[in-house]
Design a protein around this ligand. Sequence first.
Ligand code: SF4
Length: 187
Amino acid sequence: MSASSLLLERLGALIHQSVREDAARHGLLPIHVQVLHYLAQANRYSDLPIAVADYFGITRGTVSQTLAVLERKGLLVKEPDARHGKRVHLKLTSAGEAVLKESWAERVEKVLDSLSLDANTLDKALREMLIALQRLNGQRAFGVCRQCAHFLAEEDGARCGLTGEPLDTEQTVRICREWTAARNEAV
Ligand code: SF4
């Protein structure tokens, strides 16, 4: 095993442990906290139960059970889609957002800020690695909208080239299940 593979393995294990501890503090399972984290970043095409199943590689039944617990605990609500009859969007409540405060992600960000690293270079290397591994595993990439091949910057805002719909600025920094790597993205 190379030094990089070993470091990634250690980082993965540490983050996993932190997620378990965060979850236990709130009387939740790790998957509950992970789903809340995901939904806090997902755009409007991706805050759907099917997208949660795709992102975590879990069954729809497991997703339903997970969402039912989060809903019962008042951590998320289901909002009907105004245009698509049966579709529901999953939104965090303020109690759900509070669970993510001082979580493992905030601790990782603090450490990253304290290191003299080039954030763009690190992001690029990690993203390329993630995309390559997801392809090997046959999973969707779920990238940030602004870095998608379909993202169109326009004079008065932005548009999704796949759906043709305008994108609010706030949506362009979220992750999307329809994300596609740009041609120059090394994979
Ligand atoms: S531009 Fe890409 S990432 Fe953004 S909404 Fe469209 S498909 Fe999703």
